[in-house]
Design a protein around this ligand. Sequence first.
Ligand code: NAP
Length: 289
Amino acid sequence: MALRPITGTTRILGVIGNPIGHSLSPVMHNAALAALGVDAVYIAFPVGVAALEAALAGFWATGISGFNVTIPHKQAVMPLLSQITPVAQAVGAVNTVWRTDQGWAGTNTDVAGFLAPLLACDRSWAGTRAVVLGQGGAARAVVAGCVQLGCSTIEVVGRRPEALTAFAASWQASPLQPPLSVYPWPSLAERLPGADLLINTTPIGMQPHPEATPLTPGLMALLPAGAIAYDLIYTPRPTRFLSLAAERQLTTFDGLEMLVQQGAAALEIWLQTPAPSDIMRQALQQHLD
Ligand code: NAP
């Protein structure tokens, strides 16, 4: 990729988080900006919890155009914004922020990113049953996505009963009203035979533990033949979870497309132009190979 000159008019975009050095967002966004020929640059900013408010004030004062938000700020940033989209309110987390005349506005593009590969499937989702492994931050976007998809049952399986209860309670006031029930991990075997869509939102199987899997081969055998296995992890590709699903001839999706599509949706907000998602995917694949 040819290096573009940074001039006095170059717009600044970026991502805030802590830690942030591992973020793949600069790779895909700078590839997209270069392909579009836009005079902008995307930078990773390490921002600790105590510095969040000061960082936003500094970004405002220095004219930064917009930014992504990642762990640990996705919830904490919300009170610092002047507008939050309904989808971000429903999820309870913001991952994309842009400048408006009234102040910073925020939304959540993880939901659109999660949905993109599923919406590309030639099938109806009405009345389907989704089983979600884990009840952390990403599971929130997944639950909101499953509601948008039309799933009639969303079963969330987790290892900590108190966290599952809090997760279920956190949706009670949500306008989404997900058809949600929660189950402890030992009951997973009972959830699988009826699942149309199984989504791993836990980090089990992520580098540096590629040998780990949330489902043993025995549990994977319980999924129906037409089920889809979706792992939010994007490194390694495939995860052991997805390898086991592929051995069963199930349709599989990994987290790379979600990463690309949540980034593309953010870029479209900032630039008001279609994002080159093929270039973004290619840049990530090259970086990860
Ligand atoms: P998080 O908020 O820390 O949530 C992780 C969840 O996994 C928690 O519910 C945690 O349960 C559960 N978990 C962890 N280890 C477990 C184990 N051994 N057994 C059972 N449950 C376990 O993290 P996150 O932000 O949701 O991210 C989760 C994964 O999704 C990561 O791998 C991340 O890279 C991926 N992700 C991908 C994308 C994408 O664009 N592709 C976007 C976001 C996230 P406890 O609460 O009990 O610890």
